[in-house]
Design a protein around this ligand. Structure first.
Ligand code: CFM
Ligand code: HCA
Length: 533
C-alpha cells in the first residue's frame, strides 16, 4: 500500500502533494494515524464532494415530506436536489400530497441578482402556501443569495407572522463550508431551533427511540423500523427518513437516540442530550452482525428482561433465514476484494456487509467526514478548528428548565456502565479496518484510476460522479449513495438484498469484455489536446 500511495501522489505539484499526503494513509487499527480531513479540496482536482446547500437542503432536512422546501436561488440548485437522493417517503392519511415530488424554487434571474430577491422570495412563500397549505415552510439560501445579501431570515419571520405557520430559513449557501458537511451542521442547528421541542406529546408505546442519521434511502428506514417493531421497540421519529413535521417536533420526548450516520447528525444528538436529557448511542444496521449488535445494545439500554429475550428471539429468526443466503453467496464471493469511497459514514458501515460474505475491503475513504469518523471520537479534543469550520455557527445549548429530564437514575447508569455499556462511543472507521489497508480522504479521479490499475479490486462502492469511469476500467461499481435503484440494504432483510446484488455484479462475465483504456493502443485519429499536455 505504501508503494501504491507513492504512485498516486507522484504526479502532483509539490504543494498539492504535501496536502494530499496527509489525506492518504496506510492504516494501523491499533493506533490510527492522524488523517487530514475536512479541509479544502485543491482546485482542479476532480472530487466527488458536494456543496453546503446539498448537505443541508438535500441531505438532512429535505426528506421531511410534509413541509415545503423552497430553494431561494437559480433553478439549477433546486433541480439538482429534486429526488436524486432516493429518500423515500410514504404518504400519510392526513397528508394526501407527498411534497417531495415537487421541486420548489424562486428561480432567481439576473434582475434579482442585481436588484435583490427578497420580494420574489416573499411572493414565492405566499404562493406556495396558497396552493399547498403546509404545516411549515423551510427556505434554503444558495450561493448568490449570500453574495448579494438577501436577508432570508427576515423574509421568513414576516411570512411566519402573515401566514400563521412555521416558516424558517437556512443560510446554507453552497460555499459556506469545504463540503456538504457544513450543511449538515447548519441543518442540525435549524431543525433543533425551529422544530424539536415544539410538541410535548410523548407516544404512548414503551421503549421509544429516535433513529438519527437515517434517511430512508432505498427504503432503509422502513427495513429498520420493521425490525425494531418485531422486537417491540418503538420509533418516535427517524431523522429524517420518511418523517413528518410533527414527529420531529415531539422527538425530544423519546427515551433514547440511536445514531446511524454519525457525521451528519452528531450535533443534534449532542444538543438533544444537553437540552432535554435524551442520551445517545451509536448503532449500525448495515450488516447482519452489526444489526444484531445494535439491537442488543438498544435492549441493554432499557434494562428490561422481556425486551432482551424478545430481541434474542428476533435475531435468531432473522439469522436462520439469512444464513443459507450467506453460505450460498460466500461460495462465489469469499476472498474477493472491495474498495469504497463514499460520503461520511457508508464507507465504514458497508465494510461489514462485505465482511459478512467473506470479502475484504482493501481501500476506503470518506468524501467529507472529519477526523473523528476516521480515527474515533476520542480525537475530538485534539481537532484543530480552522477558519472554514469556525464559519459555521455552534449553538449555545443549555438544559431546558422545564423539559430536561434525565432518562436514567444514577444507579441505573452505574449498572449499565458496570456491564460495559458505553454512550456516545463512535470508534471510527480505521479501528475496524485491517492493518496495511489504504485510507484515502476526498479521493480524486486520478487516484481512483491508479487504485484500479494497481489493486484491481473486484468491486468499488462509490457515487455517480465516478461510477462510469470505474466501469470503463472493467470494474463493477455499486452506487452506495442511491443504491442504483436498489435497496433496502439495512437490517437483515436488506443485507440479503445486498449480498445477492454484489454476487451478481462481481460474478457476471460482462466485465471480461471490457478492455481498460491503458491496455488499448492510442487512437491516432484522436489528436485533440495533443501537444498542449
Ligand atoms: Fe450520512 Fe447519508 Fe453518508 Fe451523508 Fe451523503 Fe447519503 Fe452518503 Mo450521499 S447522510 S454521510 S451527506 S450516510 S447523501 S444518506 S449517501 S454522501 S455516506
Ligand atoms: C449529495 C447527495 C449524494 C450524491 C451522490 C453521488 C447522494 O452529496 O448532495 O455523488 O452519487 O447520496 O445522493 O451524496
Amino acid at each position: 500500500p505504501a508503494a501504491v500511495r507513492e504512485e498516486m501522489l507522484k504526479i502532483y505539484p509539490s504543494k498539492t502533494l504535501k496536502k494530499r499526503s496527509k489525506q492518504m494513509l496506510v492504516n494501523d487499527p491499533s493506533a490510527p494515524p492522524e488523517i487530514g480531513a475536512n479541509t479544502r479540496t485543491v482546485p482542479g482536482i476532480i472530487t466527488q464532494r458536494g456543496c453546503t446547500y446539498a448537505g443541508c437542503r438535500g441531505v438532512v432536512i429535505g426528506p421531511i415530506h410534509d413541509i415545503l422546501h423552497i430553494t431561494h436561488g437559480p433553478i439549477g440548485c433546486g433541480y439538482y436536489s429534486w429526488l436524486t437522493r432516493r429518500n423515500l417517503a410514504q404518504q400519510r392519511p392526513d397528508q394526501p400530497i407527498n411534497f417531495l415530488q415537487y421541486a420548489m424554487s424562486t428561480d432567481m434571474m439576473e434582475s434579482e441578482i442585481i436588484f435583490g430577491g427578497e420580494k420574489k422570495l416573499a411572493a414565492a412563500i405566499r404562493e406556495a402556501y396558497e396552493i399547498f397549505k403546509p404545516k411549515a415552510i423551510a427556505v434554503y439560501a444558495t450561493c448568490p443569495v449570500g453574495l448579494i445579501g438577501d436577508d432570508i431570515h427576515s423574509v421568513c419571520r414576516e411570512a411566519k407572522k402573515e401566514l400563521g405557520i412555521n416558516v424558517f430559513g437556512f443560510s446554507c449557501e453552497g460555499y459556506k463550508g469545504v463540503s456538504q458537511s457544513a450543511g449538515h451542521h447548519i441543518a442540525n442547528n435549524g431543525v433543533f431551533k425551529h422544530m424539536v421541542g415544539l410538541l410535548d406529546e410523548p407516544d404512548p408505546e414503551p421503549f421509544r427511540i429516535n433513529v438519527l442519521g437515517e434517511y430512508n434511502i432505498g427504503g432503509d428506514a422502513w427495513a429498520i423500523d420493521t425490525l425494531l417493531k418485531k422486537c417491540g421497540i418503538h420509533v418516535t421519529a427517524t431523522l429524517s427518513g420518511d418523517v413528518t413535521y410533527d414527529q420531529i417536533c415531539k422527538c425530544h420526548t423519546a427515551d433514547l437516540n440511536v445514531v446511524m450516520c454519525h457525521r451528519s447528525i452528531n450535533y443534534m444528538a449532542e444538543m438533544m442530550e444537553t437540552k432535554y436529557g435524551v442520551p445517545w448511542i451509536k448503532v449500525n444496521f448495515i450488516g447482519a452482525e452489526q444489526s444484531a449488535k445494535s439491537l442488543r445494545k438498544i435492549a441493554a439500554y432499557f434494562q428490561d428482561k422481556q425486551l432482551t429475550d424478545r430481541v434474542e428471539e428476533v435475531i435468531a429468526q432473522e439469522m436462520a433465514e439469512l444464513r443459507p443466503v450467506i453460505a450460498d453467496v460466500k461460495t462465489r464471493c469469499e476472498g474477493k476484494t472491495a474498495a469504497m469511497f463514499v460520503g461520511g459514514s457508508r464507507a465504514h458501515h458497508y465494510q461489514h456487509l462485505f465482511k459478512d460474505i467473506g470479502m475484504l475491503t482493501v481501500a476506503a475513504g470518506y468524501e467529507f467526514a472529519h477526523r473523528d469518523d476516521y480515527e474515533g471520537r476520542d480525537v475530538l479534543p485534539s481537532i484543530k478548528i480552522d477558519a472554514d469550520s469556525r464559519n459555521i455557527e455552534e449553538l449555545e445549548v443549555e438544559a431546558d428548565p422545564e423539559k430536561f429530564q434525565a432518562r436514567k437514575t444514577p444507579e441505573q447508569l452505574a449498572a449499565l456502565e458496570a456491564g460495559g455499556f458505553s454512550f456516545k462511543d463512535y470508534e471510527g472507521m480505521m479501528r475496524e479496518m485491517r492493518k496495511e489497508t489504504l485510507i484515502i480522504d476526498d479521493i480524486s479521479h486520478h487516484e481512483i484510476e491508479k487504485l484500479i490499475e494497481l489493486y484491481k479490486p473486484d468491486i468499488i462502492g462509490s457515487g455517480i460522479k465516478d461510477k462510469f469511469v470505474i466501469e470503463k476500467f472493467g470494474v463493477p461499481c455499486k452506487q452506495l449513495h442511491s443504491y442504483d435503484y436498489g435497496g433496502p440494504y439495512a437490517a437483515f432483510t436488506g443485507a440479503a438484498n445486498f449480498y445477492k446484488e454484489v454476487d451478481r455484479m462481481i460474478n457476471t462475465k460482462v466485465w471480461q469484455l471490457v478492455t481498460p483504456s491503458w491496455k488499448k493502443p492510442a487512437d491516432p485519429a484522436h489528436t485533440f489536446g495533443r501537444g498542449i499536455d
